[in-house]
Design a protein around this ligand. Structure first.
Ligand code: SAM
Ligand code: SF4
Ligand code: F3S
Length: 476
């Protein structure tokens, strides 16, 4: 057996049966407490992985009898699912918890729960516990499936509960989900991360890389597509290494082929790809699978080899550009997006120029740009960081200006062309206008009835504005 195979902690059916019994007990308690359906407000910070977790949290809450509301006011349970990736994300959470103090004073019976990545860090969980005595329940990412039991303790004994189990992480199959959309779905294919990029908190709060069984993923995908879902997004911090912990070999390309073979009209998306594990086989698979979107999110973080090494990214600028060149050759209409960090500790202005030149060379559709944020417990947080934040914001502006120029050129080139889009939502504040997403992940706004939301349409781009494209329904 290959050495790198490890068995993750799968939550067995007996544990889930225990939780189902607690779920029933909570339902009974709630029916005694309220003469109406109790309402929960679930607010999610951070990445799609957290959004997916919240959908499963809502699935458990629905099982306990909760309905849902879209704001804290009026809620009987307020749950904040937090993110720890940057300091700014954590500051927002702390501010929002503080704002709930008034509400709890008016509604002492309401339960306030805080969970997610931020709470998997003991120092943060204790800070929330000690600063906000009105928070009833605090739990980390490894305890999500125990929500019924924890909530039962809070409701039946009036005790505060804090649960942050250690360990490399869990996989819990069979937890129902209340999905945010009726036509777009997230499917987590793996959890955790083994890469330990020197700046990143994710492996510390999400545990080691662990893959769901392919059969479980395919069952979920078939079920969703059978129910009319039009877009499936496969989630993982490093989807390219999916399956390595199951068989010793990466199986992501195979997974894509299997999902692509499911009958139906739908789009397959995935994120995130790590350049280290992005193989030519994977690119060939994307090219060959007609349902896989022509979009690759491939974070490069920095264009400079010394900085990439200090980040522990395990690829060079040249290796990254080599994948990009191969991908562009095999998939000519491919849209590339990426994540970039500006001002990693010790990065010089000359080194930052390599990031700019890489952005120029690749010509991304869009970029997620971040100023380095030190995360307690990560190696980068202890590195010398002589460049001031003010200076980093100047570099940051240089990068976003460059990207804006590139994006404008790309969108201008789309004018006059017709794209197949998935109609997603009404355009905010624009009556009669809806938004559709192209295979390459670009949004086009166009006049159409809202009844088209959730279906595919062909749209011709008529105008490229700074952020969005305008178009009109095409005759096909
Ligand atoms: N797994 C993905 C990957 O390897 O590209 C990224 C996951 S992370 C949640 C999303 C992005 O946040 C990263 O790609 C990185 O650009 C950014 N990020 C992570 N830690 C950061 C930090 N300490 N400071 C600034 N940006 C950070
Ligand atoms: Fe963080 Fe790196 Fe893992 Fe992405 S690959 S989650 S950036 S440690
Ligand atoms: Fe944030 Fe956790 Fe995702 S730290 S970005 S919510 S994995």
């Amino acid at each position: 057996m290959p050495e790198n195979i490890r068995f993750s902690a799968r939550i067995g059916p007996s544990e889930l049966t225990v939780q189902a019994e607690y779920s029933e007990k909570v339902r009974e308690l709630l029916s005694l407490k309220y003469d109406r359906r109790p309402l929960a407000f679930v607010h999610t910070y951070g990445c799609q992985g957290n959004v997916s977790d919240s959908e499963h949290i809502k699935g458990m809450l629905a099982g306990m009898g909760y309905g849902f509301c879209t704001q804290a006011e009026g809620a009987d349970l307020i749950l904040l699912n937090t993110c720890a990736v940057r300091e700014h994300a954590e500051d927002r959470v702390i501010g929002n918890i503080g704002a709930l103090k008034q509400y709890k004073a008016r509604r002492p019976d309401a339960v306030v729960a805080v969970c997610g990545c931020m709470m998997q860090q003991e120092h943060m969980a204790l800070r929330v516990k000690n600063t906000f005595p009105f928070v009833n329940l605090i739990f980390g990412t490894n305890a999500v499936h125990e929500l019924p039991e924890m909530l039962y303790t809070v409701l039946s004994q009036g005790r505060r509960v804090l649960r942050i189990p250690d360990g490399a992480g869990i996989i819990a199959e069979g937890i129902p989900a209340v999905r945010d959309s009726s036509f777009k779905a997230f499917i987590p294919i793996m959890y955790g991360c083994n890469n330990f990029c020197s700046y990143c908190i994710v492996p510390h709060v999400r545990g080691r890389e662990r893959s769901r069984r392919m059969a479980d993923i395919l069952t979920e995908a078939r079920d969703l597509i059978g129910r009319g879902y039009r877009e499936i997004t496969l989630l993982g911090q490093n989807v390219n290494s999916y399956g390595k912990d199951l068989t010793g070999e990466p199986m992501f390309a195979q997974l894509l082929r299997e999902i692509n073979a499911i009958e139906g009209d739908f789009v397959i998306r995935f994120m995130t790809s790590h350049p280290r594990d992005c193989s030519r086989e994977l690119i060939d698979t994307i090219a060959a699978c007609e349902k896989v979107a022509r979009h690759l999110h491939l974070p490069f973080q920095s264009g400079n080899d010394r900085v990439l090494k200090a980040m522990n990214r395990h690829y060079t600028r040249e290796k990254y550009l080599d994948i990009v060149r191969y991908a562009k050759e095999k998939i000519p209409d491919l849209s590339l997006t990426s994540d970039v960090i500006v001002g990693f500790p010790g990065e010089t202005y000359e080194e930052f120029q390599d990031t700019l030149s890489l952005v120029e060379e690749v010509a991304y559709t869009s970029l997620f740009t971040f100023i380095f944020s030190p995360r307690r417990g990560t190696p980068a947080a202890a590195m010398e960081d002589p460049v001031s934040h003010r200076e980093k914001t100047v570099w940051f502006k240089e990068l976003t200006d460059l990207q804006e120029k590139i994006a404008a050129q790309r969108t201008a080139a789309m004018v006059g062309r017709t794209y197949r889009v998935l109609v997603e939502n009404p355009a905010r504040g624009k009556e009669g206008i809806v938004c559709g997403r192209t295979s390459g992940n670009t949004i086009i706004e166009f006049p159409a009835p809202e009844t088209m939301i959730g279906s595919f349409a062909h749209v011709t781009v008529t105008q490229a504005r700074s952020w969005v494209l305008a178009g009109e329904l095409a005759e096909v």
